[in-house]
Design a protein around this ligand. Sequence first.
Ligand code: ZN
Ligand code: ZN
Ligand code: ZN
Length: 357
Amino acid sequence: MVEVAEIFRLHGPTYREKFGNRMLPSHLRAMQDIEQCRTASLGGQLYYCAQCDQQRYSYHSCKNRHCPKCQNEQANEWLQQQKDLLLPTHHFLVTFTLPAELRAVARRHQKTIYNLLFRASSAALQQLAQDPRFVGGRVGMVGVLHTWTRQLLYHPHVHYLVTGAGLTDDGHWRSSRKNFLVPVKALSPIFRAKFRDALKQTELFTQIPSRIWRKDWVVHSEPVGSGQPAFQYLAPYIFRVAISNNRLRSLEHGAVTFAYKESATDQLKHCTLTAEEFIRRFLQHVLPPRFIKVRYYGLLSPAYRQLLLKARQLLSTTTSKLKSQEVKTANSLGPLSCPHCSGPLTLLAPIARGRAP
Ligand SMILES: [Zn+2]
Ligand SMILES: [Zn+2]
Ligand SMILES: [Zn+2]
């Protein structure tokens, strides 16, 4: 099976030779981590399988948040931590997309523009949800930044998981309709205006073509079910990297082929790129160091833990379930088993970094 790590190991050296002096340290770091993930260079553990009468090696993972091999592990951990944030109500997935005309500026000023994208979209949605025609209270939101299309092109957008109900100022719980949160036609201009006001405070404002303030900004909303299933729906979004290994089809003669679903038709297509172009596309989705790509707002924001507790109290009197409900993850890692016979493994010894056994 082809892996991003293999593409980097084979074609990374040429890429770095050509572009290395212009590459960001975070990009070099991501390449190195992905290349070394679960190899002898990171060390690991030595096991023994009694059924095969053989030694087995298990190497440490790199834990880089851009690594395709580490994403499942992280999604499962995150899901476990969200248990206290679950509200037994219906949820929506609301997506805000940065207009194409802003992408060039976003690429050069990633931190500023990504922060503005979060700030403007979260404020717009919270404001409209406060309207008594829709929710009429403070909703809870968790958002994640993505920067890619399915063909790995640069396309920043934020997905929010939003509670379809909120807490009113006088401490009541109010619900939206089951299949409708807020009108996106009304949300879009509020998002645009808030982004514009915030951008005006920066020196970037004059670099932006003024026509974007007159066009429609893309906002999408869909219902995604309630409580735990809603978080389970979001978890893969949160830890998704630009491309997962299972979409890679081949690596031959310096060309990478991967599968993607065409949004318009929902059909499975293939895209073939030179290894160099593949690496370039992959790396443009490496986020600035320490950039917070998952953010909590409203009832789910750490600043409002008291309100969240209040909301859970109110809900426990109206709904009886969920309390004891356990968050079960889709493919949590069981105890380590032998890759050949699936039998149990006995730990023999740790393997030091960089020392191949
Ligand atoms: Zn990794
Ligand atoms: Zn996305
Ligand atoms: Zn075995």
